[in-house]
Write a protein that binds this ligand. Structure first.
Ligand code: PLP
Length: 409
């Protein structure tokens, strides 16, 4: 039987303290001890099942963390107040002054900005490379390199990382492979291919209701404990802690993630095929025209598909903006930067989520002005959605009324 991370979530039993079918929400920032010695031992990290202070850990955050660890197949996990609140402590825990990172050049703009502009303040430098070229990745590794960093499916260009190939390099040079799996929860399990640390922005598909930000780091007990160490743990000391109320609501949403991911993937595949046959430049890992389609297929937990993200290029930023405004006006979706919502969300990454990346670098990596990134929603009737999008494209002369490739063949 193939690995199904949804079963791992299903199999968890989290009862509330009065037998509630949902775990009780812990409503305390601090915890009492029956003896002073136990408090001291807890500080030293020598007690199991004792809570000290909610910036360190709370019962509700542990419930959510264990569901995420089960989903990703890691020993444990630690939730954070946002995706960036998960990413930045991981980098700072693994790297100190003088260290070096080799990162994919197409990553979320905030992560790029952190590595490019902020980490150098700590004398941590980063080489940004084309992660799909293993020889280029290897050539960028130096004596100082500590971390290989990538997104399984990258934001916004949807490049797919060959996790097995990259993790072989990490092992060869004794580096840690850190993978942001935000775009492909359930569909790809990076730990199976040798990732050391798996991160998510929970803000996106996992929570799925665009009502909160959140993040998680999944990894070994040893690494997660080091992040939470009261003396030198980056998560503990930088303090990006998730609130228990939010941990509880995210845990409840997570239980429907498998159903939602199937629908996101189904709808995105339908639209990607239609857009491509209309002659639009379309990028979606599920299309055989995607350069890493086979690699994605070799890694995927098949039931969950190729994910909910796709891009099209409509030629110019002006056209992209006009199309997005019209689609919002017709209530096809929202002009918004995030992703993983029940409604379709669209944005032009060059001028929004990736605007931290300088224009000339955007051009080098293929991030063109006319690119629109879609996070496809849970629409029940995706054929109707397609017709509506097509009408908008025709109204703006992005598609001429009868001249799609499909109809001219
Ligand atoms: N990783 C990816 C792939 C993202 O798309 C984002 C946000 O867009 C983040 C991380 C950062 O997450 P958050 O906004 O929750 O801090």
């Amino acid at each position: 039987m193939s690995f199904n991370p949804a079963n791992k979530i299903q199999d968890l039993q989290n009862f509330g303290e009065y037998g509630g079918v949902n775990p009780s929400i812990s409503d305390s920032s601090t915890y009492t001890f029956m003896s002073a010695k136990t408090m001291f031992d807890t500080f030293e990290g020598n007690t199991d099942g004792c809570y000290l202070y909610s910036r360190h850990t709370s019962p509700t955050n542990l419930h959510l963390s264990s569901a995420l660890a089960a989903m990703e197949g890691t020993e444990t996990a630690n939730v954070a107040a946002s995706g960036m609140g998960a990413i930045t402590p991981v980098i700072l825990q693994l790297c100190g002054a003088g260290d070096h990172i080799v990162s994919s050049r197409t990553i979320y703009g905030g992560t790029y900005a952190f590595l490019k502009n902020f980490a150098p303040r700590f004398n941590v430098s980063t080489s940004f490379v084309d992660i799909t070229k293993l020889d280029i990745v290897e050539a960028a590794i130096t004596e100082q390199t500590k971390v290989l960093y990538c997104e399984t499916v990258s934001n916004p260009l949807l490049e797919v990382a060959d996790l097995k190939g990259i993790s072989d390099l990490a092992k060869k040079y004794n580096l840690k492979l850190v993978v942001d799996n935000t775009f492909s929860p359930l569909a790809i399990t990076p730990i199976k291919f040798g990732a050391d640390v798996v991160i998510h922005s929970l803000t996106k598909f996992i929570n799925g209701s665009s009502d909160t930000v959140g993040g998680v780091v999944c990894g070994t007990e040893e690494f997660i404990n080091s992040l939470k160490d009261v003396n030198d743990g980056a998560s503990m000391l930088l303090g990006s802690t998730m609130d228990s109320l939010r941990a509880s609501s995210i845990l409840k949403n997570m239980r429907t993630l498998h159903i939602r991911m199937k629908q996101h993937s189904h709808n995105a595949m339908y639209l990607a095929q239609k857009f491509e046959s209309d002659g639009l430049k379309t990028v979606y890992p599920g299309l055989s025209s995607h350069p890493s389609h086979e690699i994605y297929k070799s890694m995927m937990n098949a039931a969950f598909g190729f994910g909910g993200m796709l891009t099209i290029d409509v030629g110019s930023l002006t056209k992209a903006n006009e199309l997005m405004e019209l689609m919002q006006h017709k209530n096809i979706g929202y002009l918004a930067v995030s992703l993983g919502f029940y409604k379709t969300l669209f944005s032009a990454p060059g001028s929004s989520t990736s605007s931290e990346i300088p224009e000339e670098e955007q051009a080098q990596m293929g991030l063109s002005d006319g690119l629109i990134r879609f996070s496809i929603g849970l629409d029940d009737d995706i054929e109707r959605t397609y017709s509506m999008i097509r009408e908008c494209m025709q109204a703006l002369h992005i598609l001429s009324p009868k001249s799609t490739l499909e109809e001219t063949i």
